[in-house]
Design a protein around this ligand. Structure first.
Ligand SMILES: NC(=O)C1=CN([C@@H]2O[C@H](COP(=O)(O)OP(=O)(O)OC[C@H]3O[C@@H](n4cnc5c(N)ncnc54)[C@H](OP(=O)(O)O)[C@@H]3O)[C@@H](O)[C@H]2O)C=CC1
Ligand SMILES: CC(=O)C(=O)O
Ligand SMILES: [Mg+2]
Length: 759
């Protein structure tokens, strides 16, 4: 896109449909006169009086505890310089947006017309009672240092100048990892820091804490190298002044290992990069234009580790990765400060996170096949959903341990759970399923492990300790893919077609033949069949060499179902299998059945489908409330459908009165408790939240599940086959990595349940 198109697009984005990027949203009901009498006068007087008695009650009755001020005077806006408070507002609104989307923190952006240090401090102090924390932004050095120091001293809520410490934390984590990748020694690396402002000074201070030696740092400002013999140095610049005889950035760069740019765009040349030492680390962090263009830098040095502050290239070293999560951790324990211990905890947590396997959704957001720790991925990506539950706990812990937390956390599992809920990071049901799987992991065969996404799912299952994967497929392909994605777990690999597996194939073949000899199979045919991965995998589960199986990623559903049905017996009392989907809708979880197997179930089939669905719902720790849906309500139509549902319901009510099920009922009445109570107060579903729908036929169930997926963008687990005696689960063709991981977790829980039942 041309520069003028980009400019136009950015202006339209900010102007339309409403000017600006953030707004205030009420969090309480306000529909009735009664609501308003609580929200405002007279009801509002009560919390006022409570807070007047004790200021701490502001955390209980107002939004203070989750409200941060992003405050600037517009004197160092990005790398655009002193453009004034009004012009800084888009950046401050932007920070507000990022606080909200990444950490669910509410922000008022405040642009102050005050360049005088005392006036600025007085203004911030005067408005501080509104807020749980203060994020100072884009205030130029040296004033920024004095402003932050005094506000920290004089206020008892966390105050952080983001350009100083947010940037320091992120770049320190990235630097630590880059040094590790290049196998350099942190105490020996020679660093050139270009810029000696708020960001540069604080970043360099933190690098010293990480192990960089002061004498190995050369710092430059707009006048060149900061030498000890220069006049009128601020005390911060004097901290990093050198007595080495260097004058210009160009001279300083010769043989440097690391370049840190926190200055201005386009001030570094290719020649300067060429003069640096082997494996140079270059963080050109000026915004929006880096000190050297990314493409130019990587074209100049093949051995470079290159990062910028921008999101459109690999390695975005930008404080966006820090401030939302730093404040989240600080607010959650009511920290009175953000101290050195908390900063260092954040550095280590971020650096470590970059080394863990990246969730598939991050690969998808960034259009990457597989992000792995290395030269082009030294630091997590801002859209990584793990940041919200990995970084704040590290900060909160450090705050507690260093004695600045007024409300320490005791239940860390619960805290992580709350953090995930804040970010909408996966649903509660899925988390519960994963936790159950982790509590007693089982051996899961991945029958198509020679496919990249299946192997990625197996890797996640292994690393998240949901189960122990067993990989099936072409061994050479699996080994090559494992290497490519950095899956170094020592897990068993089986290639059913090779000579290595002759003994197993023969053994499995014989067992299979014994069951099928009267159904037209010869022994040699049976043994040959075991070369087919789904037969081989299912037999592994049958004979107890594995606990569960997931398959179907690469083949159409019916072709996978067939061998499974030939090999795996139905569960006790089951005459026909069925399938259910868990849909994670915006209204909560909803189980649908039968979504893929029985075309036109009879009344008897509907009874069985209901019972199997009820057991499936219970696997997620929920109580099943089941509606048998149709186009009519409780006999209002006399069709075959209504009759078969009514027959199924009366059987269930008579023989299984404890099952909460009713119908036939239209979907809107089933899902709207008020409508149901008004029209059908006699229904067994009255006062219950329906969480499962049993459909009269395959068309309606299948159409509903696909519609919800497309229109509601509901995440789906399944279809899950119900009624088999073994935990065997068939994927939809081309399932995503997340879907496969969820299915594997489900297979593990299914195996646990079956094990319990068979004891
Ligand atoms: N990626 C990220 O997350 C972040 C990036 N930044 C970027 O860092 C830069 C500085 O921000 P900040 O510290 O807040 O601003 P300050 O105004 O506090 O500091 C700017 C510094 O840059 C120096 N400078 C200006 N021109 C040159 C030059 N040609 N050569 C060397 N140094 C120069 C100034 O020198 P002098 O002292 O002589 O005036 C000053 O020391 C901005 O571009 C900003 O976008 C900042 C924070 C976070
Ligand atoms: C990222 C940021 O805060 C800056 O460039 O100023
Ligand atoms: Mg900034």
């Amino acid at each position: 896109m041309s520069n003028s198109r980009k400019r136009h697009e950015a202006l339209v984005y900010h102007a339309k449909p409403k000017p600006g990027k953030i707004a205030v949203v009420p969090t309480k009901k306000y529909a009735t006169q009664h609501d308003l009498a609580l929200a405002y006068s007279p009801g509002v007087a009560e919390p006022c009086l409570e807070i007047a008695k004790d200021k701490n009650n502001a955390y209980k009755y107002t939004s203070k505890g989750n409200l941060v001020a992003v405050i600037s005077n517009g004197t160092a806006v990005l790398g655009l310089g002193d453009i004034g408070p009004e012009a800084s507002k888009p950046v401050m609104e932007g920070k507000g947006l990022l606080f909200k989307i990444f950490a669910d923190i509410d922000v008022f952006d405040i642009e102050v017309d005050a360049t005088d240090v005392d006036k600025f401090i007085e203004t911030v102090k005067a408005i501080a009672p509104t807020f749980g924390g203060i994020n100072l932004e884009d205030i130029k050095a040296p004033e920024a240092f004095e402003i932050e120091r005094r506000l920290k001293e004089e206020l008892n809520i966390p105050v952080m100048h983001d350009d100083q410490h947010g940037t320091a934390i992120i770049s320190a984590a990235a630097l630590k990892n880059a040094i590790e990748i290049t196998e350099k020694d942190i105490s020996k690396v020679k660093i050139v820091v270009n810029g000696a402002g708020a960001a540069a000074i604080s970043c360099t201070r933190l690098y010293l804490e990480l192990g960089v030696e002061r004498e190995n740092v050369i710092m430059c400002d707009s006048k060149g190298v900061i030498r000890k013999d220069r006049d009128n140095l601020t005390s911060q610049k004097a901290e990093f002044a050198t007595d080495i005889d260097l004058n210009s950035l160009e001279e300083a760069m010769i043989n440097a290992d690391v370049f840190i740019g926190l200055s201005l765009g386009d001030v570094v040349t290719p020649e300067m990069l060429l003069s640096m030492a082997k494996d140079p680390i270059v963080f050109a962090m000026a915004n929006p234009v880096p000190e050297i263009n990314y493409d130019l830098a990587i074209a100049t040095r093949k051995d470079i580790i290159m990062a910028t502050g921008r999101s459109d290239h690999p390695n975005q070293v930008n404080n966006v990765l820090g401030f939302p999560f730093i404040f989240r951790g600080a607010l959650d324990v009511r920290a009175t400060k953000i101290n050195e211990e908390m900063k260092m905890a954040a550095v280590y947590a971020l650096a470590d996170l970059a080394k863990k396997t990246v969730p598939e959704q991050v690969n998808i957001v960034y259009d990457e096949i597989n992000l792995t720790f290395g030269r082009e991925y030294i630091i997590p990506k801002p859209f990584d959903p793990r940041l919200i539950y990995e970084i704040p706990p590290a900060i909160a812990k450090a705050a507690i341990e260093s004695g600045v937390a007024l409300e320490p956390i005791e239940d860390w599992d619960n805290y992580r759970e709350r953090l995930m809920e804040r970010s909408g990071s996966g649903s509660k049901e899925i988390r519960l399923l994963h936790n159950r799987a982790k509590s007693n992991p089982k051996r899961v065969v991945f029958a198509e492990a020679d496919h990249l996404d299946v192997l990625k799912a197996a890797q996640r299952v292994y690393e998240e300790k949901l189960g122990t994967p067993i990989l099936l497929g072409r061994k050479d392909v699996i080994l090559a893919l494992k290497e490519e994605i950095g899956f170094d777990g020592n897990v068993p690999i089986f290639d059913p077609k090779t000579d290595e597996e002759t003994e197993r194939r023969n053994r499995f073949g014989e067992i299979y033949w014994k069951n099928r000899q009267r159904k037209g199979r010869t022994l040699s045919e049976a043994k040959k069949l075991m070369r087919e991965r789904n037969y081989f995998a299912a037999m592994m589960v049958n004979v107890g060499e594995a606990d569960a199986l997931i398959t179907g990623y690469s083949r159409p559903y019916p072709t996978v179902v067939k061998p499974i049905l030939e090999l795996i017996e139905k569960d006790r009392g089951v005459t026909k299998i069925a399938a259910s989907n868990l849909m994670l809708t915006k209204q909560g979880p909803l189980f649908l059945a039968d979504t893929t197997i029985n075309v036109n179930p009879t009344a008897k089939d509907l009874v069985k489908i209901t019972q199997m669905t009820a057991a499936f719902v219970k696997m997620f720790g929920m109580k099943p409330n089941i509606a048998m849906v149709s186009f009519s309500n409780f006999g209002s139509s006399n069709t075959e459908t209504s009759k078969k549902i009514s027959e199924a319901i009366s059987y269930l009510h008579r023989h299984f009165p404890e099952t909460v099920v009713d119908g036939e009922i239209q979907a809107d009445f089933a899902l709207n408790p008020e409508m149901l109570a008004k029209e059908f107060p006699f229904s067994k579903l009255n006062g219950k939240k329906v969480n499962a729908l049993v459909f009269p036929n395959l068309e309606s169930a299948n159409i509903t599940y696909k519609l919800l997926k497309q229109v509601d963008e509901a995440e789906s687990v399944g279809p899950v086959i119900l009624g088999l005696s073994k935990p065997i689960h068939i994927l939809q063709l081309g399932s995503s990595v997340d879907e496969m991981v969820n299915m594997a977790a489900l297979a593990v829980v299914d195996a646990q349940e079956k094990e319990k039942r068979n004891k």
